[in-house]
Design a protein around this ligand. Sequence first.
Ligand SMILES: [Zn+2]
Length: 119
Amino acid sequence: MHEHGIAEELVAAVDRNVNSHGGHGAVKVVVEISPGAVEEESLRTAFELAKQDTTSSGAELVLVPVAQEAFCLNCEKTVLLAPSSMPLSGLLACPACGGVATPAFGTSGVTLKSIEIEV
Ligand SMILES: [Zn+2]
């Protein structure tokens, strides 16, 4: 499952951060997600599972939807997808023409933004 791998990567990244700061654990993990990148509820569930017995075990996961650039073949240009434009089918609709836009994911569309560490 896609979200499971992402959650494990997040937990591993938090772990590295907490350890490099000599902290006891993370209290808050803020993650930016692009429209269509992940299923929010699935990611939350996966994070709850992945964080067991790690420095993230006491952490609250905060998901922040962000706008996402996508390329619309119809308009032949890059368009900006609003954070709220979560697709039902995994296909993103171009805000200009309603056609299918391909997200320009540089990464998985999930970005670890900040971590609050308990020291
Ligand atoms: Zn378009």
